[in-house]
Design a protein around this ligand. Structure first.
Ligand code: CP
Ligand code: NVA
Length: 307
């Protein structure tokens, strides 16, 4: 059966762990799997800007023996003239999988309903599940077993990253804390889904507007830009509203002494995180950026096996 990754909870705890195991194997031996040898093509579509996602999918698809076809919606028919489902029906005749960075989650769902090939969310307004696979891989490398670790997110609790940390974190059995102002709290339906998963895995999700309480004893400290793509007009208000949730050295000092700092990047130093934290000894952001490659290759290998 065709499987898709549209949001983090599309993967069960066992499936998430299987993909992370495969990512570790592929990081040790980059050429271990060639499911796209032939070569087959994977369409990688961007409605928004990207550095890491574009590079890691292009390199990863080539590593797997395939050929990446990078499409910008600015010069394709998708995004105005043609619906996601019609585009899906055209692409499925020619490509092995579709990777799409877009705005609305509903567009991804329509694309997935319309096609027999796997569809991967390469970031939407609501979720960034590919980033989470890389982040969990990075945390596993630095902290060992994920289950039972405390991950604390600071800032815009409604961002795609916050929603993905909540869902993917509890899927891994982690305790996820989100520190955000009340107006920026994660979506209630995402929290309800996370609580259902946490009841199975032993994880938990806690919302607070007290950054110090969220940081206390944390194993992983994480933030995201205060101004996600598409929110540029709200920049001044967001800087004002989220100012108290910056990750500073003082905040890091409240976390466990062996805590790591992660950030999906790109980062705005001096806003959501101080330079001395992101460029300091507890930061593992460059490992995290590299791990996009290994995690996404593992995801593609796994998805192509399910057909
Ligand atoms: N973290 C991330 O997705 O980066 P890009 O926007 O550069 O792809
Ligand atoms: N929340 C950010 C993530 C960038 C990778 C955004 O959507 O712009």
């Amino acid at each position: 059966m065709t499987r898709h990754l549209l949001r983090d909870d599309d993967l069960s705890p066992a499936e998430q762990a299987e993909i992370l195991d495969l990512a570790i194997e592929l990081k040790k031996d980059r050429w271990a799997h060639k499911p796209l040898a032939g070569p087959q093509t994977v369409a990688v579509i961007f409605d928004k800007s990207s550095t890491r996602t574009r590079v890691s999918f292009a390199v990863g698809i080539a590593d797997l023996g395939g050929s990446p076809l990078i499409i910008s919606t600015a010069n394709s028919q998708l995004g105005g003239k043609e619906t996601p489902s019609d585009t899906a029906r055209v692409l499925e005749r020619q490509v092995a999988a579709i990777v799409w960075r877009t705005y609305a989650q509903a567009g991804l769902e329509e694309m997935a309903r319309g096609t027999r090939v796997p569809v991967v969310n390469a970031l939407s307004d609501d979720f960034h599940p590919c980033q989470l696979l890389a982040d969990l891989l990075t945390i596993r490398e630095h902290k060992g077993e994920l289950k039972g670790l405390t991950l604390s997110f600071f800032g815009d609790g409604q961002s795609n990253m916050a929603h993905s940390y909540v869902l993917a974190g509890v899927t891994a059995g982690m305790h996820v804390r989100v520190a955000a102002p009340a107006d920026y709290a994660p979506r209630a339906d995402v929290i309800a889904d996370a609580e259902r998963i946490a009841a199975e895995t032993g994880g938990s999700v806690t919302l607070t507007s007290d950054p110090g309480a969220a940081a206390s004893g944390a194993d992983v400290v994480v933030t995201d830009t205060w101004v996600s793509m598409g929110k540029e007009e709200e920049k001044i208000a967001r800087i004002h509203d989220l100012g108290g949730f910056k990750v500073t050295s003082e905040l890091m000092a409240l976390a466990d002494e062996k805590a790591i700092f992660i950030h999906c990047l790109p980062a705005d130093r001096g806003y959501e995180v101080d330079a001395e934290v992101i460029d300091g000894p507890q930061s593992v952001v460059w490992d995290e950026a590299e791990n996009r490659l290994h995690a996404q290759k593992a995801l593609l290998v796994w998805l192509l096996r399910q057909d």
